[in-house]
Design a protein around this ligand. Structure first.
Ligand SMILES: Cc1cc2nc3c(=O)[nH]c(=O)nc-3n(C[C@H](O)[C@H](O)[C@H](O)COP(=O)(O)OP(=O)(O)OC[C@H]3O[C@@H](n4cnc5c(N)ncnc54)[C@H](O)[C@@H]3O)c2cc1C
Length: 396
């Protein structure tokens, strides 16, 4: 027996942050909305985000914290639905939250509070959500889109693609949005793993792996971008917020310069120490700038336990540059397996920045991570999901 066809105003494919926001907003406007997702549960990335507490936005969101081939594309949506709008929504629902650092807002309790809020809002507008449904072929007539699914075909006036990017395939990430975009003639900016740890091969790996577990405050610089945050040495390479941030700017073969003393001028301070404490050993003097294990390694690489008095300015400069300007060339990144987000995606040239509608295919919308708009670490990617989802929700 043939399965019944579902008719609705709006079909949203992808029940993540962006898709749920869009569905709620469309429902509030009186549109009949169906959401489908191939996963068993909605919004799984919200659930695992921010170490289970969801860094749901950032107090300091501006377009400057987003990477895109067209840096202006995100301006309209971010302005129309701001971080303050989402913060208000969270506050009104009695979800307690706090600023962790650098404007990053996290739930005091659990990320599931954000999911519950979205699902309650979805229920309030009588939006139907169908999980474990794999969308099939899409066809388009002048008036409608027709989507085949094993649970019955769906016909809709507006079709919203909110299936995210390629990060963490184990969680069900797919390139579905890019396939649909190509089908309707949109261009794709090559997707790359971003907000991702660096890996190194020998000989660079040995001294890094030796420090596995050591975390420092650092400034990482590459291709004109610079981030001052925590950094972690691992058995495979480098991780931590400063590294994840700079990974979005790094390309194969590029060098990353890392200031392990985070802005302190090691040469100037060592020179002063040489006058004040000439008998002090270099390894002990370096411990003032970095963790003991790191300081010992830098000393061992340079002049070991030499007394400061025995080190010329040139030698002190050499030691200082090992801390202030440590140069590394990553062999790669951990890739899609651990990347928090996808850089690149659907070329914004083909989309309206006000509504996210495809210019070449009226009625078709792309929102969230599948679009070529990628935020920094710190709540920016969810804000893009909320803002782009909200913008499309006003138009579908
Ligand atoms: C470990 C981790 C932690 C993160 N922490 C944060 C954080 O704290 N703050 C922050 O701002 N950002 C964070 N991010 C990034 C953030 O999760 C994403 O940017 C955001 O979830 C994107 O929302 P989206 O709705 O576009 O896509 P997604 O949340 O990825 O949702 C896409 C949905 O589409 C479904 N789907 C995919 N393919 C198909 C298909 N073929 N058919 C049907 N359904 C499909 C998926 O099952 C999923 O439900 C984190 C990411 C990761 C991986």
């Amino acid at each position: 027996m043939a399965l019944a066809m579902t008719n609705c105003d709006v079909l949203v494919i992808g029940a993540g942050a962006a898709g749920l926001m869009c569905a709620i907003e469309a429902g509030r406007r009186g549109r009949s909305v169906v959401v489908i997702d191939h996963a068993k549960k909605p919004a799984e990335k919200v659930r695992i985000s921010g170490g289970g507490r969801c860094n749901f936005t950032n107090l300091h969101v501006t377009p400057k914290q987003f990477l895109s081939n067209n840096p202006h594309f995100c301006v309209s949506a971010l302005k129309r639905y701001t971080q303050h709008d989402f913060i208000k929504r969270v506050g009104e629902r009695g979800i307690a939250f706090h600023e962790k650092t650098l404007g990053q807002l996290f739930c005091d309790g659990s990320a599931t509070q954000i999911i519950d809020m979205l699902l309650e809002d979805l229920k309030a507008v009588r939006c139907e959500i169908k999980l474990s449904v794999e969308p099939g072929a899409i066809t388009r007539t002048t008036e409608t889109f027709h989507v085949k699914t094993p649970a019955g075909d769906i016909e809709c006036q507006s079709l919203v693609i909110a299936t995210g990017g390629l990060s963490i395939p184990k969680m069900g990430a797919t390139g579905y949005a890019y396939d649909v975009a190509r089908q309707f003639g949109l261009k794709i900016i090559e997707p790359r793993p971003a907000l991702v740890p660096f890996i190194f091969n020998e000989p660079q790996l040995a001294p890094i792996a030796e420090l596995a577990g050591v975390s420092v405050e650092a400034r990482a610089t590459c291709n004109g971008a610079s981030f001052e945050e925590g950094m972690l040495f691992t058995h495979r390479g480098l991780s931590g917020p400063a590294i994840l941030q700079i990974s979005s700017y790094w390309r194969e073969g590029d060098e990353v310069v890392i200031d392990l003393a985070r802005g302190r001028d090691v040469f100037v301070e060592l020179k002063a120490a040489r006058v004040e404490r000439p008998k002090q050993q270099l390894d002990n003097a370096l411990a003032a700038f970095a963790s003991k294990r790191l300081a010992d390694q830098v000393a061992a690489k340079t002049y070991g336990a030499a007394r400061l008095a025995d080190l010329s300015d040139a030698k002190l400069r050499e030691v200082a540059s090992a801390l202030n300007a440590w140069r590394v060339t990553p062999d790669g990144t951990e890739g899609w397996r651990t990347a928090e987000v996808t850089l690149g995606g659907i070329d914004t040239d083909g989309l309206s920045s006000k509504t996210m509608e495809a210019k070449a295919a009226p009625g078709l919308y792309f929102i969230g991570e599948c679009v070529d708009v990628t935020g920094w670490l710190g709540g920016f990617n969810f804000q893009w999901a909320w803002s782009s989802g909200w913008a499309a929700g006003q138009a579908v």
